[in-house]
Design a protein around this ligand. Structure first.
Ligand code: J9T
Length: 259
């Protein structure tokens, strides 16, 4: 996969040199190319922003440097363009999987109050363009959001993760424990500062372990993300799940019981 990133702070992306993503780049699985937006500014001060039409605080990124920067890349073909912004569609594991299947991604990092909307309109008629938010909070710029997305996408590329199973087992990967958060995990020693590992995990009884893990996933999800439980397809809950949720006073939506 090729990933191009246009930013006024390309040095923000130093973390992409290390860890799994860094190794994928060394192997050639991932080809990351950083671009300085100011290289396409047309004045001596390399200006990339200006005051907003209609008034208001802050500055807006001018369209011309963006147009020149993006046009220079389109000589190579048609990437899928992603613009991080708090007003975008949510970045989810599903979108990460969709983007991981693309051959070429272009991330455009806005600073200040955002990029002049005509840039997204212009390229939206030629490329697939998504404005994407990584959560309901505001950042100083899109750079950190791109790091988040690049890591979520990069680890899904074939051969990037050591263990292919760790991808399917993710809390949000469609399939595994669908829409449930993962419960607690433990490793050796069996007792640490008088905290014991739950004995069931050392019992060797795989059925009991699986049931315990599912119970813990249900408890945790109810405790910290109750809206995920509420959105769960009731047909995916078996009678054990229902008994546990009943004990925890959670009302399951439908009466259709699986198993
Ligand atoms: C400037 O960009 C942001 O503040 C941003 C980008 C993506 N997601 C967010 N939640 C914020």
């Amino acid at each position: 996969m090729r990933i191009d990133i246009i930013s006024i702070f390309p040095e923000y992306f130093a973390p992409l040199d290390v860890s799994l993503i860094g190794k994928a780049r060394e192997r050639g699985t991932l080809d990351v190319r950083l671009h300085q937006l100011r290289d396409w500014a047309n004045d001596v001060h390399r200006t990339v922003d200006d005051t907003p039409y209609g008034g208001g605080p802050g500055m807006v990124m001018k369209p011309e440097p963006w147009g020149a920067a993006i046009d220079s890349l389109l000589a190579d073909g048609s990437p899928r363009m992603v613009v991080p912004t708090p007003s975008g569609r949510p970045f989810t594991q599903e979108l990460a999987q969709e983007l991981a299947a693309e051959e070429w991604l272009l991330f455009c990092c806005g600073r200040y109050e955002g990029i002049d909307s005509r840039v997204m309109a212009e390229y939206g008629s030629r490329l697939r363009v998504d404005e994407v938010s990584i959560g309901d909070y505001v950042l100083a710029g899109g750079e950190v959001a791109v790091l988040v997305m690049a890591e979520a996408i990069g680890r899904l590329l074939p051969g990037v993760l050591g263990n292919a199973c760790s991808v399917v087992d993710d809390s949000f990967a469609p399939g595994a424990m669908q829409n449930l958060l993962e419960g607690p995990v433990f490793t050796k020693p069996p007792v640490w500062r008088s905290h014991e590992v739950p004995p069931v995990l050392m019992s060797g009884n795989h059925g009991k372990v699986a049931r315990w893990r599912r119970d813990e996933a249900l408890r945790r999800t109810l405790s910290v993300r109750p809206e995920l439980l509420a959105s769960l397809d009731p047909a995916t809950l078996d009678k054990h799940d229902r008994r546990l949720l009943d004990e925890l006073s959670f009302r399951v939506g439908s009466e259709d019981v699986a198993n």
